[in-house]
Design a protein around this ligand. Structure first.
Ligand SMILES: NC(=O)C1=CN([C@@H]2O[C@H](COP(=O)(O)OP(=O)(O)OC[C@H]3O[C@@H](n4cnc5c(N)ncnc54)[C@H](OP(=O)(O)O)[C@@H]3O)[C@@H](O)[C@H]2O)C=CC1
Length: 254
């Protein structure tokens, strides 16, 4: 399979790295020239990666085109390009519907939306795909695991769930900030909290029954139970659901 990439930024770099870094049978990858620095870096690191003269040369030179543009750039950039009927187009762009993709890349009809995460760079990402698409599945199985999601509502909910990462780090910052207020040096407080949660993140690779994990870590009458109950009573977990509803509304409005 040969790939063309339009929009060479953070997520495109992760996909290309996962395809080519220390990989058996790295495929040919043709990059759009912008962002020139990232494109040159990828082409310099991987022998099967080349930078095209312009966006149309990417479309002309690849049977599978990956769209990794920011949604606000996509309409103008894609409107200028000529696709062919037999091409497969795989979009990573949040909030751009299949209907709009079909309009933008006509006469190509084999299109799929995906939600790659930065962990595709180490071939450890689980990537939702909608609608199911054999070419996208082969690509993202290679980069970890493809998760075909036939139901649009389920796909959009998964997309919304990726908005929780900044808040996760803010939660860790609240804990380390509280330790600082109790007199611990900032660096010590941050390193301690990082070590606590890094260990738990590693454990998640094997266990993902979150309710069970919460029970396992809450000794009856203990301090984990106390803290969990305090947040639950304050409505923090209801707020998580409410926040995700707001994100979903925003995605629908795009
Ligand atoms: N980052 C992530 O973890 C994820 C991102 N996505 C989606 O992927 C898309 C890209 O995100 P991300 O990689 O973070 O964004 P970036 O801003 O890092 O990358 C976008 C790239 O597109 C380039 N670009 C802009 N206009 C054009 C154009 N007309 N032709 C060719 N290239 C152009 C930009 O160049 P320049 O720098 O010169 O402006 C930039 O390099 C978004 O739609 C986002 O929703 C999806 C899942 C995860």
């Amino acid at each position: 399979m040969d790939y063309g990439v339009l929009g060479v930024g953070a997520i495109a770099a992760a996909i290309v790295t996962g395809l080519c870094d220390d990989a058996d049978g790295a495929p040919p990858v043709l990059l759009s020239p912008r962002n020139a620095g990232i494109a040159a870096d990828l082409a310099g690191r991987f022998p099967t990666v080349t930078v095209a003269a312009d966006n149309q040369a990417v479309v002309d030179g690849a049977s599978v085109v990956l769209l990794c543009l920011r949604p606000q750039d996509a309409r103008e950039a894609l409107g200028r390009l000529r696709f062919t009927a037999g091409q497969v187009v795989i979009s990573a762009m949040a909030g751009v519907s299949v209907g709009e993709l079909l309009r933008l890349v006509a006469p190509a009809t084999d299109v799929a939306r995906t939600i790659p995460l930065p962990s595709v760079a180490t071939r450890a990402g689980i990537t939702p795909i909608h609608p199911p698409n054999a070419t996208a599945k082969a690509l993202f199985d290679r980069l970890g695991e493809a998760l075909e999601v036939p139901d649009l509502a389920g796909f959009e909910a998964l997309s919304a769930s990726t908005a929780t990462v900044a808040a996760h780090f803010a939660y860790l910052q609240a804990i380390s900030g509280w330790l600082e207020m109790r007199g611990l040096p900032k660096d010590e407080a941050e390193r301690y909290v990082a070590s606590l949660f890094a260990d738990l993140a590693t454990a998640l690779r094997g266990e993902h029954d979150f309710a069970q994990l919460a029970r396992d870590h809450a000794t009856r009458g203990g301090i984990n139970e106390l803290f969990h109950e305090t947040l639950a009573t304050a409505g923090v977990f209801d707020d998580v659901r409410g926040g995700l509803d707001r994100v979903l509304d925003r995605l629908h409005a795009l």
